[in-house]
Design a protein around this ligand. Structure first.
Ligand code: ARG
Ligand code: GLU
Length: 715
């Protein structure tokens, strides 16, 4: 059993050498658990300049910084910035919500929105703010007994905690691939209202072109408020709920940041894979990423051409384009980063040392000797299946929207034919998915994606492609242009989908549907996925996870002089580093801070990414920056630092040595996105909006200075 993690600090053994070093210490890789900071990080953080204690960051009973940090919605971080429940997060995290309150006549996305008082704040169904009240290591309990089936232990532990803390919601999560288990006690607030958001021209300035890029000039922030019942407890939305008085809120430092300042980012990083063998990193960067990038290159080029040619298409596809391009750009950065930082080489060297040390101790070799080879073997085994899965997912779930919709229609029809659905239920299900497809849809664009992607699918998958589609391809002489024309212009697609009419008979719909090429193709792809691809992935992934667990244990035992942090798993973490620029390519050195000058430099009148509203432009040109200027008298906008972050850290606060809010995390520089696999201090930078820019926009542009009165601001 793997109880060593709790028992001995040997595994985490970390020399206190750092105490004797100075502020010259380099930034630190890692996303650390707040409950282990004392053991693992406190000395180092202090040596790097931190002036608060780790108890100020996380304390189980005492109000500490952790009580000011929340999970915002399902995948972002937010923080409390006033005693009255004011919550700050990213504009891109609140984007869907702001959109949901918008209409053509009242477009909050383009105008921005500021509630003048609590009655103007907008309620949001399904939005929550989740506080973490406790985290405890329960590894011993979860892994006790002969733990064949951990779920029994897990349920028992949850029940035990639930009984002593009826007010909290519990969850147990594995860390280090199941070498450690931690229980998390949460308090979930479900009345979270929109207070304010700048216009997209500020909150999304630079849009996709600037996404993942430095230098950056985006004011990516939005303001919400958490509400509670009269007793300050979580409650469903009610008119007479009151602003939540949180145990802790962040003090905002508007005194400015300087190069070299200590920073930490506190939030909920979603997923990293730091402990993969070199071989899997090779597969990711040389097979999976390039293949997915190639597919998206084609889709994005198709969409981009059409969006530039038509305003209507541009508006319809803006958010889809943003979604597809976000991961696409990240993968490209990841590949370049791994290559330029010799990421695979570095892993291989580590593995070489791992094998050397293994051989030095017979018991190590006996216990762990097989694991790396075996892991490599299984990653190779799963490769063809993962490729097939990615091709399916990229093309049938996203690249060709009609294939995604067709899969839903097939499911509905199957249920109907099995007698599980009445005619009415079928209609309403079909109606819903057809409306879903047609909302923001350009069939010509989709038809072209279908015509381009299917031949690619067959060519790249070769023998791995479904037989049914390969033979269909042969029968049609590989002419997917004609196939796509027929698919998108037949009676089914034109009359039954594009001009959906309630009065059609279900049977007629089904009959026509089954004659459409899209039906044939979607069916072939899904069948193949379910019978040939997914079962193998599940089976092999189970084995891989077992091996990763053993490999993780082996790494921690064998490199016991090193500190290990668990992969991100959307639990609360602290990363720390310092404000610093970077030099990712030859002859380029990036400064750490951007200013309003860059906003003006990038301004392109009328452009959908770089346009600016006139009043904003005037305000910037008049340089009315009040007290929010940097040393050069310019308005600071964004800055970068060397904190190790990932997706999920959006909306996380960046704190200074005193634990005061200095910036709002929202992105990474694409040159360093390989930090999800392999961190490199030379290239990896997180991007934040400067606190002063946020305050300036609220006070001077939005005229919502009354919100600042609620905050604790120090200069
Ligand atoms: N790259 C940032 C993060 O992953 C921001 C994404 C939203 N912005 C955008 N232009 N798509 O996820
Ligand atoms: N924009 C990302 C998010 O939504 C954060 C950027 C990153 O991946 O570091 O969480």
């Amino acid at each position: 059993m793997y109880l060593f993690l709790n028992r001995s600090s040997r595994v985490f053994g970390f020399s206190t050498l750092f105490v004797f070093m100075s502020y010259l210490l380099p930034a630190v890789e890692g996303m650390w658990l707040p409950i282990f900071l004392e053991k693992l990080n406190a000395d180092e953080m202090k040596a790097m300049g931190m002036r608060i204690s780790v108890d100020d960051i996380y304390h189980f009973q005492k109000a500490s910084l952790k009580d000011a940090i929340v999970i915002f919605g399902g995948g972002c971080t937010g923080e409390m910035i006033s005693p009255n429940g004011l919550l700050l997060t990213n504009h891109h995290c609140g984007y869907g919500i702001i959109q949901s309150h918008s209409s053509v006549e009242n477009d909050l996305l383009s105008k921005g929105f500021w509630a003048k008082n609590s009655s103007e704040e907008l309620k949001n169904d399904g939005l929550s703010a989740t506080f973490i009240r406790m985290m405890e290591d329960v590894t011993d309990k979860v892994l006790s007994g002969d733990n064949d089936d951990l779920s029994v232990n897990i349920l028992a532990v949850m029940a035990e905690y639930q009984e002593s803390h009826p007010d909290l919601t519990f969850e147990i999560k594995p860390f280090y691939y199941g070498n450690q288990y931690i229980i998390v006690g949460k308090e979930i607030f479900k009345d979270v209202r929109l207070v304010g958001a700048p216009p997209s021209a500020i909150g999304k300035y630079g849009s996709d072109t600037d996404n993942w890029m430095w230098p950056r000039h985006t004011g990516d922030f939005a303001v919400f408020r958490v509400y509670a019942d009269a007793n300050n407890n979580p409650a469903a939305y009610a008119v007479d709920n009151v602003p939540y008085r949180s145990r802790k809120h962040l003090t905002i430092n508007a005194g400015g940041v300087k190069e070299g300042d200590f920073t930490m980012v506190f939030g909920f990083p979603g997923r990293t894979q730091q402990y993969l063998p070199a071989r899997e990193i090779e597969y990711i960067t040389q097979v999976y990423n390039p293949e997915r990038i190639e597919i998206r290159d084609l889709v994005l080029a198709n969409l981009d051409r059409r969006m530039r040619a038509s305003d209507e298409v541009r508006i319809k596809y803006a958010s889809k384009y943003a979604r597809i391009s976000n991961a696409w750009k990240k993968w490209r950065g990841e590949n370049i980063g791994i290559r330029e930082s010799n990421g695979i080489e570095r892993k291989k060297n580590m593995e070489f040392e791992f094998r050397r040390r293994l051989l030095s101790k017979p018991e190590w070799n006996q216990k762990y000797g097989y694991v790396l080879d075996s892991l490599n073997f299984y990653y190779a085994r799963v490769l063809p299946f993962k490729r097939a899965y990615f091709y399916y997912a990229e093309i049938a779930n996203q690249g060709v929207e009609a294939l995604g919709a067709m899969q839903k229609w097939i499911k509905t029809v199957e249920k109907y034919e099995a007698g599980e659905m009445s005619e009415e239920e079928v209609w309403s299900a079909l109606d819903k998915t057809i409306k879903g497809l047609k909302k923001d849809y350009a069939p010509e664009a989709d038809q072209e994606s279908f015509a381009i992607l299917m031949p690619l699918y067959l060519r790249r998958l070769g023998d791995l492609a479904p037989y049914s589609i390969t033979s269909f391809d042969k029968k049609n002489n590989g002419d997917w242009k004609t196939i796509s024309e027929e698919a998108f212009n037949d009676k089914f697609f034109v009359d039954f989908v594009l001009n959906f009419d309630e009065k059609t008979k279900v049977k007629k719909f089904i009959k026509r549907m089954k004659k459409n090429h899209l039906y044939y193709v979607a069916n072939g792809m899904v069948d193949h996925l379910n019978t040939n691809v997914l079962p193998s992935i599940y089976r092999l992934n189970d084995i891989i996870n077992q091996h990763q667990k053993t490999y993780m244990e082996a790494l921690m035992v064998i490199f016991n002089e090193k500190r290990f942090y668990p992969d991100a798993n959307f639990t609360m973490r602290v990363s720390y580093g310092k404000v610093e620029g970077f030099a990712p390519v030859d002859a380029v050195k990036y400064h750490w801070q951007t200013t309003h000058k860059g906003i003006l430099e990038k301004y392109i009148p009328g452009d959908y990414e770089f346009n600016l509203p006139d009043p904003f432009l005037e305000l910037l040109r008049s340089e009315s920056f009040g007290r929010y200027v940097n040393e050069q008298g310019l308005l600071p906008v964004c800055f970068v630092a060397s904190n190790h972050t990932t997706g999920g850290n959006s909306g996380s606060p960046a704190l200074n040595a005193d634990g005061h809010f200095i910036g709002l995390n929202f992105d990474r520089a694409w040159e360093g996105t390989m930090s999800d696999l392999n961190y490199d201090i030379k290239r990896c930078r997180n991007i934040m909006v400067d606190a002063r820019y946020i305050l300036w926009v609220i006070e001077h542009y939005a005229g919502a200075g009354y919100l600042l009165d609620e905050m604790d601001i120090v200069w």
